[in-house]
Design a binder for this molecule. Structure first.
Ligand SMILES: Cc1ncc(COP(=O)(O)O)c(C=O)c1O
Length: 383
């Protein structure tokens, strides 16, 4: 059996006529940049998240960048964020001239640890930028309280958490701004690049609408340094056609995740995802930790058997060469370092069959059990 890491074609096939009828008007009217399809999606996604505004952008990295600018973060400011994320989170902080201050994560959720955030606050801290990693919410109750108490902007990186909830409310709606990516492999994915910022703050929304369109106020009148970060019409149409399916797709992901957890329980050398916020988890990724054997060897052995696993991500962001000037060192982030040296993402997408989930779990279980048996044999021979 072959199990790809994800299967976008299967998803497109499942709603082909809806996609076609969403795309036709964009082509007929040639409204390729912003336009009615983007406006419809913005309005529907804002209602879905439960906020007043959604501003459609060209990708999630721009969403973070525009959100930080609109929240007034700039040179000399510090923004507290997580080492365990895709690099875009800290790129955006660097783009506005601020300094990313990394603090370690909670060992259960793999998200920013609020206790450590509190210890890292300085008079220069201007914003908190948590990530809802793998689709599970960060502790938004404590992070919101911290932001309020210290007058900081809370900006959520919800790029992996479309539809996830915390205390019953959709993530993205807690902070001053919530940032989403619609990269094709996300829970809600475009036909190319896409992103957005959601917010209840009228000023932030208006500012980002202006920034994304060359900071024009009226035609050919540019009131500050602007950007071209507009969403394309085709992406608005595709996302609007897919949005009504998002909750069902997330429910299928959650079913597969439960099946993995059951089937893999007790397998030696494996840590399964702990899910304190399981009921609101969007299950963008199903990530296990692999102990006592080389992750790359295991990944290749799985690939040999038709199972395509991934790594999200191998290196804590502060240890990337681009951030060498910040002078962080191994041992500074023990929980993130453990996660990133051992994490393995199993295939997970709504259209997977139960037989595929079982095949992945059984193949992984077999490889790990065989390794365990071999290790105890060698230990017996050596003693
Ligand atoms: C946590 C996180 N933040 C930001 C981004 C950036 O989104 P994009 O790739 O759309 O620029 C991603 C996407 O990979 C992400 O996973």
């Amino acid at each position: 059996m072959r199990v790809p890491f994800l299967d976008l074609q299967a998803q497109n096939r499942s709603i082909w006529p809806e996609l076609q009828s969403a795309l036709e008007p964009v082509m007929a009217e040639s409204q390729f940049i912003l336009g009615p399809a983007v406006e419809r999606f913005e309005s529907h996604f804002a209602s879905y998240i439960g906020v007043r505004h959604c501003v459609g952008l060209n990708n999630g990295t721009s969403a973070l960048h525009m959100a930080l600018l609109a929240c007034g973060v700039g040179p000399g400011d510090e923004v507290i964020t997580t080492p365990a994320t895709w690099i875009s989170t800290s790129w955006a902080i660097s783009y506005v001239g601020a300094k990313p201050v990394f603090v370690d994560i909670d060992p259960h959720t793999y998200n920013l640890d609020p206790d450590q955030v509190e210890q890292a606050l300085t008079p220069r801290t201007r914003a908190l930028l948590p990530v809802h990693l793998y689709g599970q919410s960060a502790d938004l109750a404590r992070l919101s309280a911290l932001a309020d108490r210290h007058g900081l902007a809370l900006i959520e990186d919800a790029a992996q958490a479309h539809g996830a909830r915390f205390d019953g409310r959709r993530v993205g709606s807690f902070g001053r701004a919530g940032c989403f990516s619609f990269y094709p492999g996300k829970n809600l994915g475009a036909f190319g690049e896409g992103g957005c910022v959601v917010t209840n703050d009228d000023g932030v929304a208006a500012h980002i609408r202006r920034l994304r369109d060359h900071a024009q106020q009226g035609r050919h009148h540019h009131v500050e340094i602007g950007f071209n970060t507009r969403m394309e019409g085709i992406q608005g149409a595709v996302l609007d056609a897919k949005l009504p399916h998002l909750d069902d797709w997330n429910a299928a992901r959650a079913r597969h995740a439960r099946r993995y957890s059951k089937r893999l329980a007790g397998v030696p050398g494996l840590t399964l995802p702990a899910c304190p916020h399981a009921e609101g988890h969007a299950w963008h990724l199903f990530v296990v930790l692999v102990h006592g054997l080389d992750r790359e060897e295991l990944r290749l052995a799985l690939a040999d058997r038709g199972v395509m696993a991934g790594v999200h991500y191998p290196t804590p962001v502060p240890f990337q060469p681009a951030y060498a000037h910040l002078d962080y060192h191994p041992g500074d982030f023990p929980v993130s370092e453990e996660l990133m040296s051992k994490c393995l993402s199993l295939p997970l997408y709504p259209e997977m069959t139960e037989a595929q989930v079982d095949y992945v779990a059984d193949t992984l279980g077999e490889l790990l059990s065989r390794h365990e048996a071999l290790s105890s044999l060698t230990a017996g021979v050596m003693s």
